[in-house]
Design a protein around this ligand. Structure first.
Ligand code: SP5
Ligand code: ZN
Length: 341
């Protein structure tokens, strides 16, 4: 399988993550992508390509014009306002308040976000753009006849809504890929999100559509991020009713249980008969992940890959979460090797 990777991911190198009332060193850090790339090469998974430039049009098929403009100017606006630290939202449109776009950068940071752990600094825009180009290059490979491709995206994407950043995500790479398949003539696309966290952005983007089936397996949002979406009674709305599926699991869930949800998801996908599959691949389901509570082991990622490969669909993998950097390369590449086997 070919891998798409951009060295520009390293421009996303914030120093802060708000956690537990203090600013810690971020979990979502450059070594994550470098460790996965090293494993791709060590295992000779396949060719590694740099992304092509697709411009902002395919990004704006999923994200609003004003949100994209906000991200582009956010850091410059923050600096112009003479702020001493990194850009962190600290005020939101709470219930009963007015959802209008403020002029001030503090107001706009709140308007365009849903969480405060995701700081913005110099280079975030460039890295997020490169990450979308990585995803779109993988999509082009698969649309051009490759059975599958690995988009080694960083920053990740699945938490980003049409006009909200958060959860370390800015552009929803999986959604951008699915929409690109549709725009190129695919009738139906499925997105399967196996990251530990609910793919809230992906769900929201396609919630009222029946052409893109969205499925996410994740930790119970009553207990973990993103807290305000991802429950099992969210099944889609309007045209999209019946085309969103959430499978929620409690702390301590091992592969033997989690894989039952994977089976349910795969059967639903097979019945949907999509023209292409996008896998939002997080490996923060790993037993030693520092911010998660599932108990998958490294060998389980081979099984996951084999099950996905058995669907027999043209498949794009977009890299999402996974924060045990020591194991992230083995775990992510195990999925690809299981798929290819
Ligand atoms: C892409 C992805 O996996 N995003 C995850 C975003 C999670 N953000 C909230 C993190 C809260 C971490 N709390 C850590 C407590 C550790 N004891
Ligand atoms: Zn995650």
């Amino acid at each position: 399988m070919k891998t798409v990777f951009s060295p520009l991911h390293s421009r996303r190198a914030v120093k802060t993550e708000l956690d537990g009332g203090i600013l810690i060193a971020p979990h979502e850090k450059p070594s994550r992508a470098e460790t996965i790339l090293a494993r791709v090469k060590a295992q000779a998974l396949g060719e590694v390509l740099e992304p092509e430039e697709f411009g902002l049009d395919p990004v704006k098929r999923v994200h609003s014009e004003d949100y994209v403009a906000f991200l582009e100017s956010c850091w410059a606006d923050w600096i112009a306002a003479d702020k001493p630290g990194e850009a962190i939202p600290a005020v939101w449109c709470g219930r009963g308040m007015r959802a209008r776009v403020p002029k001030d950068i503090d107001g706009r940071l709140g308007y365009y976000s849903f969480a405060a752990e995701t700081s913005i600094s110099d280079g975030t825009w460039e890295a997020a753009r490169a990450s979308a180009n990585v995803a779109l290059t993988a999509q082009k490979l698969v649309a051009g006849g490759e059975r599958a491709a690995f988009a080694l995206c960083r920053p990740p994407g699945h938490h980003a809504h049409a006009d909200l950043f958060g959860g370390y995500c800015f552009f929803n790479n999986a959604a951008i890929v699915a929409q690109a398949f549709r725009d190129q003539g695919a009738e139906q696309v499925a997105i399967l999100d196996v990251d530990f966290h609910h793919g809230n952005g992906t769900q929201a983007i396609f919630y009222d559509r029946s052409d893109v089936l969205t499925i996410s397996l994740h930790g119970d949002p009553d207990l973990v991020f993103p807290h305000f979406l991802g429950f099992e009674d969210e099944t889609g709305e309007g045209e999209g009713e019946g085309f969103n599926l959430n499978l929620v699991y409690p702390p301590g869930t091992p592969y033997a249980i989690w894989s039952q949800g994977l089976e349910t998801a795969c059967e639903r996908i097979a019945g949907f008969r999509p023209d292409a599959l996008v896998v939002a691949l997080g490996v923060d389901t790993f037993e030693d992940d520092p911010i998660s509570f599932f108990k998958l082991r490294s060998e389980d990622y081979l099984s996951l890959g084999r099950r996905l490969g058995a669907l027999g669909l043209p498949t794009v993998f977009t890299m999402e979460g996974g924060y045990d950097v020591e194991a992230i390369g083995v775990n992510a590449v195990n999925v690809m090797q299981g798929f290819d086997a």
